[in-house]
Ligand binder design. Sequence first.
Ligand code: SF4
Length: 230
Amino acid sequence: MRLITLNRTKPNASIEFYGCPMQCKYCSHTAAAFKDYTLDTVINVLSDNGIRSVFVGGAEPALHSKEASVLVRTLHSRGKEIVLKTTGWDPDFIIATKGSVNRYVLEVKTPLDDAKGYSALTSLDEAKAREQLDKVKRTMELLKGQKVRATLRIIPGFYDAEKVERIAKDLEGYVDELHLTQFMSTPNDIAYSGILSPAPEQDVMMELAKAARKHLPRVKIKGIGFDETV
Ligand code: SF4
């Protein structure tokens, strides 16, 4: 298993899988170093009695579907609370993990009918972006009734209130909360498209949150100096 991080902090541990098919140019995970671990090693480390919850993230854990699904099921059977992040890349991975995950985190980028926008934000061409959005839709259907948080990085110039509202409308009935994260406010972001510092400002983020809130029960904005729920 290729991992960027294996964080055994108690009580909330986390791991980050290496590799993501989207290869977004603004994502630090695309350039991150990784270390190889055996599945048994990771299971043993995370089975520690002092660990209560494990966040399984990345990049895209579904790229390691076989090992990641065994890991999730084993840790869950040992009483760990599992939070699993995905971009929706592999709906079969959702089927393999369902019942062993306490909360899914779905990384979204565009409305489901905006393959052109998805392609602009990733390294996928438009046809592949359309396939990916079909998989996201299937993933959402599979996750219906589960606890799901959607996350959206707000890259200035790519989002306005109308687009965020369309994304929220697609998510309505499928997710219980949406987190909007200010671009460059976490170490996960690399300077991109001339944006060198955290943006947009809090008031712009709040406008976007209000647009999303028309369709979703809970919307959070997070950035440098603010963390608010609408
Ligand atoms: S931003 Fe998300 S979808 Fe893009 S490369 Fe990073 S983990 Fe993958």
